[in-house]
Write a protein that binds this ligand. Structure first.
Ligand code: PRP
Ligand code: ZN
Length: 283
């Protein structure tokens, strides 16, 4: 049995649960239950505050965890990073009152900064040769300047709307963050094998993200040009059709170039273009 610590609520919760579900880990989630086991897979989930996940994994209360990079860097150096999961992207930034003139990191010299991430910001200030005072608080950091508790803040920025509504502006991005899969440094062989299987499943799900499966009919004389437009995983699958002048082509394309690729395919004479979602990609 592998015990995975996950956030009980907050910015990572929804996407963590979605990733687990797509990886085939299904549970009956009741209210106020801290520990739940999965159906048909030797994993149990321990629901914690994000701040507590790195230590729980480091000290073996949990074997693995899904946690924000912000909390991992602040508190989790004793656990190992297994995989960057790419979701819940945000950044840890320094922000100051909107009307302040900012002309570089020296602005912070002698200032008071409110934060829940003292380790990360102290390290950053030190590297930049800035002496500032830290005011460590665990929540509602963004209101500190407005009520005279601090001159500036160091906190998570995602959409930036919290900053705007508190009349603050982001002036230094210190650490880009995303969700991470972390693990204890001393897993038994049995637990490591479960973690490996989990990692394989996560990678199959993440790889398929933003990818589409495309099927189309192509005139044979345009096949080379069409293949050029469709890079695919290795090379596209080409099958003959009853009409000898046409072939069927199947490939994978990424969502980011989707409309551009479709436009080129149409211009090259492709017909009957079908686009399908991809759930998982095993390589
Ligand atoms: C963070 C941060 C801000 C907000 C920023 O809190 O403290 O309040 O998110 O996001 P925005 O740029 O999209 O407005 P979070 O929701 O992570 O809660 P926590 O600090 O209590 O963990
Ligand atoms: Zn938190």
């Amino acid at each position: 049995m592998l015990r995975i610590a996950v956030q009980s609520k907050g910015r990572l919760y929804d996407e963590t649960m979605l990733l687990l579900e797509e990886a085939g880990i299904k549970l009956n989630r009741g209210k106020r239950i801290l520990l739940l086991s999965a159906k048909g897979f030797p994993v149990e989930l321990l629901f914690l505050r994000d701040d507590d996940i790195p230590q729980s994994v480091a000290n073996g209360i949990a074997d693995a965890g899904i946690v924000g990079e912000n909390e991992y860097v602040e508190k989790g150096q004793e656990a190992r990073l297994v995989k960057r999961l790419g979701f819940s992207r945000c950044r840890l930034s320094l922000a100051i009152p909107k009307d302040e003139e900012y002309n570089g990191i020296q602005w912070f010299e002698g200032k008071k900064i409110a934060t829940s991430y003292p380790v990360i910001v102290r390290d950053y200030l030190q590297k930049n040769g800035v002496n500032a005072e830290l005011h460590i608080i665990s929540g509602s950091v963004e209101i500190a300047p407005g009520i005279g508790l601090a001159d500036a803040i160091f906190d998570i920025v995602s959409s930036g709307s919290t900053l705007v509504s508190n009349r603050l502006k982001e002036v230094e991005v210190v650490l880009p963050c995303e969700a991470l899969l972390i693990a204890n440094n001393h897993l038994t062989e049995e637990k490591q094998a479960i973690l490996d299987e989990l990692l394989f499943r996560f990678e199959s799900v993440l790889r398929a993200e933003g990818k589409k499966y495309v099927l189309l009919n192509a005139p044979k004389d345009k096949l080379a040009d069409i293949i050029e437009v469709l890079p695919g995983m290795k090379s596209p699958t080409v099958t003959p059709l009853a009409d000898r002048d046409w072939v069927s082509v199947q490939s994978v394309i990424s969502e980011s170039h989707f409309w551009e690729v479709i436009g080129k395919l149409k211009a090259l004479g492709a017909e009957g273009i079908l686009v399908l979602p991809i759930e998982k990609m095993i390589v």
